[in-house]
Design a protein. Sequence first.
Length: 150
Amino acid sequence: MMGYKLSTSSAWSEDQVRDYLDTTVLPCRLASIDQNGFPQVTSMWFLQKNKFIYLSARSKSLICARLKRNNKVGFEIAGENPPYSGVRGRGTATLINAVSEPVLEKLIEKYLISTDSSLAKWLLSHPQSESTIKIVPEWMTSWDYSSRMD
């Protein structure tokens, strides 16, 4: 398996980045380009598998429309409270029919714990109207200011 292309200034190793992405229950801030050429940020649930980042969205959503026009993205996964740390990067996104490559149930399990809640049932009720967003990171970095903030 190929690894992530990490910046030489990344605070964490590739294994530490993978561990952070696997264990962090924070949204991914996904930047995409709108119809006027401006970046738009959308907060979304994510999961990391192998060297890819996966998200899920309604196929007719604005984020999917933007990604169809321009598949270049930026992303950040980081908390809002000290000590500040996180991962950010850029890459390309591919939209995949969620029936053929589902991730929504795994996202619900990661963020909601249970697929029995009314929100989970509603989200899972129309798999044919979902798209899986697969991000291939081109470049990533991490930062960790915890030693500065003690």
